[in-house]
Design a protein around this ligand. Structure first.
Ligand SMILES: CC(C)(COP(=O)(O)OP(=O)(O)OC[C@H]1O[C@@H](n2cnc3c(N)ncnc32)[C@H](O)[C@@H]1OP(=O)(O)O)[C@@H](O)C(=O)NCCC(=O)NCCS
Length: 227
C-alpha cells in the first residue's frame, strides 16, 4: 500500500491468516460511465474537468469479502470502515459502492451509508467552476442486475466541497423522445438530496436543484470496472 489515491487492496488478518479483503480506490466505474455517456454531449473541457474531479474526490469500494468461517464477527464492518477512512484520508469526498446481497446492504448501512431502495434512480450532480450543475441519473433495478446503490459522504462539506451532490429520484425508464437512449428529463423538484452532518446523520431533503434549466441530464450506463 502506498500514499497514492489509486486502486488499493486492503487485507484483514487473524493470526497471520488472511480472512478478509476489500478493494478501494477512485470511482473508476462511475468515471467510466460518466465518460461513456457524456462524451460528445458535454463540452470536452467541461467533461475533462468533471472527470478530474471525480478521479480525485469520489471513491468506490468495488469488492469486499470475508472468508465464510469468519463471517458475522465484525470483520466486514471493520474493512468497510477502514476503506471509508482510507478514502477520506486520501481526499475523497464521497464513497460509492454496489452491494449485491442483503448482508452487504446491511453492512453498508451499519457503516453509515445510504443504500437506495430498488426501483429508484440514483442522481449525482457535479457543479462546475462556473456554478453550472451537471446531473447524471441512473436507474437502480436490483431485480434486473442484482445490485443496489450505496453511497456516503466521507467528509463534511465546506468551502470547495459543494461540488458534488448525491440523491435519488423516482425510477426513470422512459426516454423523453430525444433519440438518445440514455437521455432523460428530470423534474428537479422531485430529487431527494442526501447529506451528512458532523454527527454522521444522513438527511434527505427534497429541493430543487439550482439552475437546473441549464442542465444536461442523462442516464449513466453501468459499465464494468477496468481491471
Ligand atoms: C458481506 C460480508 C463481507 C459481510 O462481512 P461480515 O464480516 O460477515 O460482516 P460483519 O460481521 O462485519 O457484519 C456487519 C453487519 O452486516 C450485517 N450482516 C452481516 N452478515 C449478514 C447476513 N448474512 N445477513 C444479514 N445481515 C448481515 C449485520 O447487520 C452486521 O451487523 P450486526 O453484527 O450488528 O448485526 C460477508 O458476508 C461476505 O464476505 N459475503 C460474501 C461476499 C459478498 O457478498 N461481498 C459483498 C458483495 S457486494
Amino acid at each position: 500500500m502506498d500514499d497514492r489515491f489509486g486502486p488499493t487492496l486492503v487485507g484483514a488478518f487473524l493470526d497471520d491468516r488472511l480472512v478478509g479483503v476489500a478493494l478501494v480506490g477512485p470511482a473508476q466505474e462511475y468515471s467510466a460511465a460518466l465518460a461513456a455517456t457524456c462524451r460528445g454531449v458535454w463540452p470536452s473541457r467541461l467533461l475533462d474537468d468533471a472527470l478530474y474531479l471525480v478521479g480525485t474526490e469520489i471513491a468506490e469500494t468495488p469488492g469486499i469479502a470475508v472468508v465464510p468461517d469468519h463471517r458475522a464477527e465484525g470483520i466486514g464492518l471493520r474493512l468497510k470502515r477502514y476503506c471509508d477512512l482510507w478514502a477520506a484520508q486520501h481526499g475523497a469526498y464521497l464513497m460509492f459502492s454496489r452491494p449485491t446481497n442483503k448482508a452487504a446492504c446491511r453492512l453498508n448501512e451499519k457503516a453509515g451509508h445510504k443504500v437506495l431502495e430498488g426501483d429508484v434512480s440514483f442522481v449525482t450532480q457535479i457543479v462546475d467552476a462556473q456554478d453550472r450543475p451537471l446531473t447524471g441519473v441512473v436507474r437502480i433495478d436490483p431485480a434486473c442486475d442484482g445490485s443496489f446503490q450505496a453511497f456516503r459522504q466521507l467528509t463534511v462539506a465546506d468551502g470547495l466541497m459543494w461540488r458534488f451532490r448525491v440523491g435519488q429520484y423516482p425510477a426513470v425508464s422512459q426516454v423523453d423522445g430525444t433519440g438518445d437512449d440514455h437521455a432523460v428529463r428530470i423534474d428537479p423538484g422531485h430529487i431527494a438530496w442526501y447529506e451528512w452532518d458532523r454527527s454522521g446523520l444522513v438527511r434527505s431533503v427534497l429541493a430543487p436543484a439550482p439552475r437546473l434549466e441549464h442542465d444536461v441530464s442523462m442516464g449513466l450506463r453501468r459499465v464494468s470496472m477496468e481491471s
